[in-house]
Write a protein that binds this ligand. Structure first.
Ligand code: G1P
Ligand code: ZN
Length: 541
């Protein structure tokens, strides 16, 4: 085998965002683009020599081609062994589990998550470390620095590897193991949940629709829900991963999973509706006529987790991202456990999970997970819901209502303003930042500001500080507005406005109506209409 050292030069803008590097697929397909990022990663982790890595992706366009490039570069960098999901498929949580199960040094996960796929859409890649979690900020910075000075990359001249045959082969001196993408993930799920109780639930006629959105969870959901737990065939819809996700947005929320939402709001609704995203780490939960917001879902799962075998001894703590509603804080207070507020993005949960400070984590963007892996996990959340439903023998709607009656309701909604000109978006953020110190005490319409600041996070485990993590305005009476720029968009800037309003007793209102005062206050304070030229968002979730 001949290791080749090929010349390259830096390409601008290879900065990993909230979850790795995401760009248009055609950007990734430029000569040297993927190679530079992979080599920069090897350089940032002190080379590949003797290492063991996991590689797989969500099956989107360019997945297989990218994997062949990565395998050859891994061999060129002296990697000892790579474990790859058959067909190049691995969901993000399954990849995280494989890293941990095999004590690997890390893994490359190829995905742009919930962004559309295809030659004209998005591609992405991220490196997860030994703990199975996304690269922490300092490693991402090191990778980015390496992309700025890169001059060459290492690879080998070899034929492509057959990704479709389970078993062990070699690529040069490197061992390549092709594994079933579902098997070990399913085995893990069986240790966490009461599968017999869920089997009994389905035997009793419980019905469900799981929308895999033509993305990676199709094979996982079919094997676990239909073939193991006994859900009738046809429970999983859109279950074959497609390179362009059937031209959809594989994002499990009421907007992009609209056909599932329509079904759940109709008189044909099954007992439970669920969906997952492109790479299988997000989830949507909806009962018959009852959508569960991700923030509420986290709180409800936390309050009921002890009903599942893995969590029967209770939770160490709960973590949520800052823009996520305070619903889970109320549960933590009730359970007498710690709750943590972290910046957006799963990587911040990793330290807390590794240190045993928390058991459950979640984000408003439909990500929920636990200490079983170091990524959010869509199917895991669905299985925990099923376990709770099997034990409590109540409908989703009744469980949600029970929860609100006990804890009060955190009305919540996120507004996304997409493809905003970058200068306008930063003007909005800059001018709000400048106003923050003087906001407390001001009254806007019905609302009085109680506190305003820019979120900065001191990691309680490693002492690192992450600044500029979102501008937040709290109001008297339990309302809050948060402004943040997305770190995962691939075109222009995306402004996210997160709105919430707590009510102890008034739990039956329409969400948007309950949020109208805080929305008005947030838009007035920022003078949004004048600064970015719109107040109507592109997407409301
Ligand atoms: C978005 C979500 C965030 C999530 C990330 C990756 O990031 O808001 O919660 O962790 O995708 O799935 P953003 O675009 O807001 O930076
Ligand atoms: Zn995802």
């Amino acid at each position: 085998m001949k290791i080749e050292t090929l010349q390259t030069k830096p390409i601008e803008g290879q900065m990993p965002g909230t979850s790795g590097l995401r760009k248009k697929t055609k950007v990734f397909m430029q000569p040297g683009y993927l190679e530079n990022f992979i080599q920069a990663t090897f350089d940032a982790i002190d080379g590949g020599m003797g290492k063991k890595l996991i590689v797989g992706g969500d099956g989107r366009y360019f997945n297989k081609v990218a994997i062949q490039t990565i395998l050859k570069m891994a061999a060129g960098n002296g990697v000892a062994e790579v474990i790859v999901g058959k067909g190049g498929i691995l969901s993000t949580p399954a990849a995280s589990h494989l890293i941990r199960l095999n004590s690997a040094d890390g893994g490359f996960i190829l995905s742009a998550s919930h962004n559309p796929g295809g030659i004209d859409e998005d591609f992405g890649i991220k490196f997860n470390g030994q703990n199975g979690g996304p690269a922490p900020e300092n490693l991402s910075a090191k990778i980015f620095d390496a992309t700025k000075t890169i001059a060459e990359f290492k690879t080998i001249a070899a034929d492509d590897t057959d990704l479709n045959t389970i078993g062990t082969t070699r690529l040069g001196d490197m061992k390549v193991q092709i594994v079933d993408p579902v098997e070990s993930y399913q085995a893990l799920m069986e240790t966490l949940f009461d599968f017999p109780a869920i089997q009994t639930l389905f035997k009793g006629g419980f019905t469900m629709c799981f929308d895999a959105m033509h993305a990676v969870t199709g094979p996982y959901a079919t094997a676990i829900l239909e073939e193991t737990l006994g859900a009738p065939s046809g429970t999983v819809v859109n279950g074959t991963p497609l390179e362009d996700f059937g031209k959809g947005h594989p994002d499990p929320n009421p907007i992009w999973a609209k056909s599932l939402m329509d079904l759940m709001m109709s008189d044909k609704a099954p007992d439970l509706g669920a969906a997952s995203d492109g790479d299988g780490d997000r989830n949507m939960i909806v009962g018959r006529g009852a959508y569960v917001t991700p923030s509420d879902s986290l709180a409800i799962l936390a309050a009921n987790a002890n009903l599942a075998p893995a969590y029967q001894d209770g939770l160490a703590g709960i973590a949520r991202s800052m823009p996520t509603s305070a619903a889970s804080d109320r549960v933590a207070a009730n359970l007498g456990i710690e709750c943590y507020e972290t910046p957006t993005g799963w990587k911040f949960f990793g330290n807390l999970l590794d240190a045993g400070k928390v058991t459950l984590c979640g984000e408003e963007s439909a990500g929920t997970g636990s200490s079983h892996v170091r990524e959010k996990d869509g199917l895991w959340a669905v299985l925990l819901w099923l376990n709770i439903l099997a034990v409590r023998k109540k409908s989703v709607a009744d469980i949600v209502l029970d929860h609100w009656q006990t804890f009060g309701r955190d009305y919540y909604s996120r507004y996304d303003y997409e493809d905003v000109a970058i200068d306008k978006a930063s003007h909005l953020m800059q001018s709000l930042r400048a106003k923050l110190p003087d906001l407390a005490g001001q009254t806007v319409g019905e609302m009085t500001v109680s506190h305003a600041d820019e979120f900065s996070y001191l990691d309680p485990v490693d002492g690192s500080v992450s600044k500029n993590q979102g501008l937040r305005i709290s109001f008297e009476g339990g309302a809050r507005a948060v402004f943040r720029l997305s770190g995962t968009g691939t075109q222009g800037a995306t402004i996210r406005l997160y709105l919430e309003q707590y009510s102890k007793d008034d739990i039956g209102r329409d969400t948007q109506e309950a949020l109208q005062d805080v929305r008005h206050a947030a838009q007035t304070i920022t003078d949004m209409n004048a600064v970015i030229g719109r107040i109507e968002p592109d997407v409301i979730t």
